[in-house]
Design a protein around this ligand. Structure first.
Ligand code: ADA
Length: 749
């Protein structure tokens, strides 16, 4: 039987000549990868550890297993190089038997890992809107197996593939097993597969390995299978695969090796007009995306942290997760199966297409599929995200086609998908590559109006009837310090984020054909090159803060729409000092009736659905209680303020918003209220626009600097923007902004 020994403790870590003792999981960018400036350490570091000499039986093999090292690892044992792995998010293993000192009287074994997250042009990701933390940030194990064993060398996977196929009242379970060892299996060896339900074996099959080479296929069946039914009933079976040695005369059996995998019986399909179906029933996928990091910790998450993330996603009531933009921890895919989350799993082929990166995309996809094939939750393999930002070249198309073909060859039972950038032309051949398609849209945040989302999908449907389309990303930023009674696009307030999502939920409700929709993002996450909303190094589009401590108002909006757990929630609690005479109190709930009390006195009772708004003339102090029925309630307190509380306003925006107030503008020339689209129609205007964008581009850092939009693409996203908005959104300093306005004022309309 195999044994697994954790190697997570007692490493020595060296960075730039300084050493420290660390335990895994570990990243060297926990702090500098989150503090902004895009100056986090990207380079080579070194990890070292002693390896105790394991007790071995004759023929035993010793393997090292790494579940995630970012981004490239070179592993040596006792000075012997044993392997190099390129890709920061997947598992890999090396056989170290030949280089291990196994006699207890010999000196100790040493394990060394050189880890490198520096920039290169081959290993994805290289350009994206998140921090590429470096380190050994997932578990490391030592695995001891007998000479012949279930394969460990198969792309980091379990060496077993379990594929359930459902027909009415019946499931065929195809089990493929790969064996490893010096020789083919011996006579007398056998494979046994048992499928376990809750308490008992529901199917078992045995196969003699006499004359069999290293691959075996066993077909089992389950009558009346208990289905994996998503959030309602995520029932899982366990397939236990045992390699047996059957004693000649006595017929005694010994278990040589064993692997257990959990899997689920379910069918699914996507109908271009009706969306996603699970086990034959409509099951609209409404969910969130998740990045694997958090404040002060980076990507070195503990199991408790993974579990807490899943609990929050379950609490909001999502039934699907887009695990962006790379392979997540094996434990998290397990949690998805257990909680009944349908998963879009993907590789980090993102933002920038690299001519030299094709092989790496195929390698990472092969690993993703072979390591995660058994997961009931995974229904989609995402092959790329916004890789057309630099243009739709033949090479981009070919790379995507190759990835689709590979996924279909390895796993015909699942669907491929991709996340398209919103400016991708709707007639692009990219749209015809994967089984189903989805777009990332940020109308109402980066550009355009909220209603542009509705219009875009209506037009797309009209032009492409019969094409399954989803919404792979949408979101708006909220920094909890910023509060307002008058939310506006781009103000980073908690209120605008909630308003944005109110609109998006309605837009989605009216378009049931959307096969998936994913909020970007469940959690705030680190993108060290960012500086937005007064927060450096962070993308603030989460429904929950980076430290997981605070649920934003929009979280409760989604909970009201998706969750059955009864609750009422008063939004805007952090907007406590209110200068308006009459204020609006928004309540999110999944109850049908809500009563609002002030200082214990009933003010109003309303019936409705999900979003309730109460208008209230402010008193000096307003102690509010909202109730539904006897037990479901929430409280908040608001104060009347004489003037707007300055601590609620983002200072940069405040400044930029006011810099033009004392300027008298000539109406026959271009000014702040004119739109980018109008300006670029004028040749002089176009020249100023180009200059302006060049200055802006030269100021961008890191991930943001990576966007290689063509002018045409850029204009597509900006035409409807006013020049005032353009100046605001590019964070142009007030002095410069005045100069630009002066230039505009010289151009006659
Ligand atoms: C892109 C990208 C994401 C994300 C988002 C944003 O669409 O796919 O990684 O960060 O933009 O927030 O701007």
């Amino acid at each position: 039987m195999r044994s697994v020994i954790s190697l997570n403790r007692d490493w020595t870590f060296y960075k730039e000549g300084v050493s420290e003792r660390v335990n895994l999981p570990h990243t060297w960018n926990a702090l500098d990868g989150q503090d902004g400036g895009d100056d986090y350490y990207r380079g080579c570091c070194y990890y070292e550890r002693e390896l105790e000499c394991p007790v071995l039986k004759a023929g035993d093999q010793v393997w090292l297993e790494f579940l995630g090292v970012s981004a490239t690892a070179e592993v040596s044992v006792n000075g012997h190089f044993v392997g190099r792995h390129e890709g920061g998010y997947s598992a890999f293993r090396y056989n170290i038997t030949g280089v291990l000192k196994v006699h207890p009287d010999q000196e100790k074994n040493t394990l060394e890992v050189v880890v490198d997250n520096s920039a290169n042009d081959r290993v994805y990701p290289q350009k994206a809107d998140f921090t590429f933390y470096g380190g050994i940030y997932r578990d490391v194990n030592l695995i001891i197996v007998p000479e012949t064993h279930i394969a460990l060398d198969l792309w980091g996977g379990p060496g077993v593939k379990v594929t359930p196929r459902l027909t009415k009242g019946h499931a065929d379970i195809l089990t493929e097993v790969w064996l490893e060892g010096r020789d083919n299996p011996k006579d007398g060896q056998a494979l046994e597969v048992t499928i376990w339900g809750d308490h008992e074996a529901v199917s078992r099959k045995r196969m003699s390995l006499t004359g069999v080479s290293r691959e075996a296929v066993l077909e089992l069946a389950i009558e009346n299978p208990h289905l994996w039914q998503g959030r309602e009933d995520p029932y899982l079976y366990t397939a236990r695969v045992r390699l047996l040695e059957i004693g000649g005369k006595t017929g005694d059996e010994a278990v040589i090796d064993q692997v257990s995998l959990r899997f689920g019986c379910r069918s699914f399909h996507v109908d271009p007009d009706k969306g996603f179906f699970l086990n034959g029933k409509s099951y609209p996928l409404r969910g969130v995306s998740r990045h694997q990091d958090r404040e002060g910790v980076g990507c070195a998450l503990t199991r408790e942290m993974h579990k807490e993330d899943m609990e929050l996603i379950a609490e909001v009531g999502a039934n699907s997760i887009r695990l962006a933009h790379y392979q997540h921890d094996p434990y998290f895919y397990d949690l998805c199966d257990e909680y009944g989350m349908v998963v879009w799993a993907e590789i980090p082929y993102i933002t920038m297409h690299m001519e030299g990166g094709r092989e790496n995309t195929l390698f990472q996809l092969r690993e993703l599929i072979l390591q995660n094939h058994h997961h009931a939750g995974i229904c989609f393999w995402g092959i790329s995200n916004e890789v057309t930002v630099g243009g739709v070249t033949e090479s981009v198309l070919e790379n995507n086609r190759a990835l689709h073909a590979l996924a279909k060859e390895m796993d015909p039972g699942r669907l491929t998908t991709m996340a398209c950038a919103f400016m991708l032309d709707e007639n692009s051949p990219m749209l015809r590559i994967t089984d189903v398609l989805a777009y990332n849209h940020y109308f109402g945040w980066y550009s355009g109006e909220l209603e542009d989302n509705d219009a875009w999908f209506d037009e797309f449907r009209q032009k492409h009837p019969g094409m399954a389309v989803g919404l792979s990303e949408y979101g708006a930023e909220a920094v909890l310090k910023w509060q307002t009674g008058k939310p506006e696009r781009g103000d980073y307030t908690e209120q605008y984020q909630a308003l944005y999502h109110e609109h998006m939920l309605q837009m989605i409700r009216e378009r049931p054909y959307l096969w998936c929709t994913y909020v970007w993002n469940m959690f705030d996450f680190a993108a060290d090159g960012r500086d937005e909303g007064g927060v450096k190094g962070r993308n603030n589009k989460g429904l929950v803060t980076f430290d997981r401590k605070q649920r934003k108002d929009a979280f409760y909006l989604y909970k009201a729409c998706w969750s059955k757990e009864p609750f009422v929630y008063i939004a805007g609690k952090r907007y406590q000092n209110r200068a308006e005479k009459t204020t609006v109190i928004t309540v999110y709930t999944n109850q049908e009736q809500v009563e609002l009390y002030r200082a214990g006195k009933l003010e109003e009772r309303q019936r409705g659905s999900r979003v309730f708004r109460f208008s209230l003339d402010m008193e000096q102090e307003n102690a509010i209680m909202v109730k539904s029925g006897k037990d479901i309630q929430d409280t908040a307190i608001f104060y009347k303020a004489r003037t707007p509380d300055p601590s609620y306003m983002l200072p940069v925006l405040g400044e930029v918003a006011n810099w033009f107030e004392d300027i008298v503008v000539k109406d026959d020339c271009f000014g702040l209220e004119d739109r980018v689209g109008e300006l670029v129609e004028n040749p002089e205007g176009l020249a100023v626009f180009r200059e302006f964008m060049a200055v802006y581009d030269s100021r961008k850092q890191g991930a943001a600097a990576a966007s290689h939009m063509t002018e045409e693409q850029r204009l597509k996203t900006m035409r409807s923007m006013s020049l005032k908005e353009l100046i605001k959104r590019t964070n142009t300093p007030p002095e410069e902004a005045r100069e630009w306005l002066a230039r505009l004022q010289k151009i006659k309309k």
